[in-house]
Design a protein around this ligand. Structure first.
Ligand code: CUA
Length: 157
């Protein structure tokens, strides 16, 4: 009897410790490391009018300041617009994306650029490439039968 009680107590203690550790990790990652849900979730767009709504009526790389560029793109079944992006090394890049239909992902291989493209919302992320090279852009949210064919390329030069 007392043995069972001891185990119960041990498990309860373990459970409580794990809960506190998980909450601490969550708090630390959101408050100190800036890890959070996709940025600017409040910015909305009519998903049926994406192609004619600025800035998405003019996708691509646009200079906006001293060594700073907006990279405007759209995810749709089953490609990215534009499908190939060329950017300068060392420049501040403001990725601005949305979806024209269903939920897509935008993940630049080998970087922390990992965005969700949500119909009706505009996602933003900022990144600077330190080295020239080529990276795959992958859709990492299942978006239908052509999901596995949905990829693009970013060339840093
Ligand atoms: Cu788009 Cu998966």
């Amino acid at each position: 009897m007392s043995r069972v009680h001891t185990y119960e107590k041990a498990f309860l203690t373990l459970g409580a410790i794990l809960l506190v550790v998980c909450l601490a990790v969550l708090t630390y990652s959101s408050a100190m490391m800036g890890i959070h849900l996709p940025d600017d979730v409040g910015i909305t767009i009519d998903p049926t009018q994406v192609l004619s709504t600025p800035p998405f009526d003019n996708v691509g790389v646009h200079p906006v300041g001293d060594n700073e560029y907006d990279v405007v793109f759209i995810g749709q079944v089953w490609l990215f617009r534009p499908n190939e992006i060329t950017v300068p090394v060392g420049a501040k890049l403001n990725f601005i994306g949305t979806s024209a239909d269903v939920l897509h992902g935008f993940n630049i291989e080998g970087t922390r650029v990992n965005m969700m493209l949500i119909p009706g919302q505009i996602s933003k992320n900022t990144y600077t490439f330190d080295e020239p090279g080529e990276h795959l852009i992958l859709c990492h949210e299942y978006c239908g039968v052509g999901h596995h064919t949905m990829f693009g390329r970013i060339i840093v030069e």
